[in-house]
Structure formats: C-alpha cells, structure tokens
Design a protein around this ligand. Sequence first.
Ligand code: THU
Length: 126
Amino acid sequence: MRDELIKQAKNAQQYAYVPYSNFQVGAAVKMVSGKVFTGSNIENASYSLTCCAERTAIFKAVSEGETDFLALAVTGNTEEPISPCGACRQVMSEFFTDKTTIYLGNLHGDVYESSLAELLPFRFKL
Ligand code: THU
C-alpha cells in the first residue's frame, strides 16, 4: 500500500496550482473502503486562502461521504520527507485515528512513516 499511495501522491503533484510558490505538493488518501482520493495544493492571489494538497485530498474524500481513513501519503520535491503544516495536522485530527498511517515522501523516494500521535500530540478535540 505504501509504495502505491506514494506513487499516486507523486502523480498528483502535476496538478498543483502554484503560480506564487512554484512548489508542487501531492497527496493521496486510502480509505477503509479501498477507495483512493488524490489532491494537490491550490494557491490563491490572496495567499492565505491557499489549500494544501493534504486538505484537498481529505476534503475530496469527506465530501463524497468517505470518512474512514486508512492512510495518507504526501510528497513534495524536498530533500527531507515533507512535513505537513499545522492546519493540515488539525484537519487530520478530525478524521484520523491513531491507526491511520501517514507516509511522508521526498525528492529521492525516501519515505518516513508517521502517525497523528507523532505529528500532533496533545491535540485539540471537542
Ligand atoms: N503545502 C502543501 O500543500 N502541503 C504541505 O505539507 C506543506 C505546504 C503547500 C502550500 C503552498 O501552496 C506551498 O506548499 C508553499 O507553502
């Protein structure tokens, strides 16, 4: 699953809309149902309205009635495995369990395997 999901995240990088940063990010989420949703980052002239690749993929899944996440993969052309921003971590915390695996990829094909517990300990929840 890991390699396939990383591949789909990498493929999604080509759809990034990044006229301001020119930094392409791709994400893919695998659902318990077996479905996969991909996403890319989508920027805006009003910079703060940018949506990261991770949130695009998560919102695509949820907006189609899928809320059980098995894994997420995210890739960017970085030296180190890309690390999701704080906003995306909080969105992940809404849906991910401690069993949801988070794969972080880089330019060289290295993959760091993580979890929400590692990325967002002591998180805000209602
Ligand atoms: N970005 C993502 O899509 N995901 C991340 O994990 C880090 C940052 C995007 C947002 C913006 O379009 C660009 O990368 C530069 O910050």
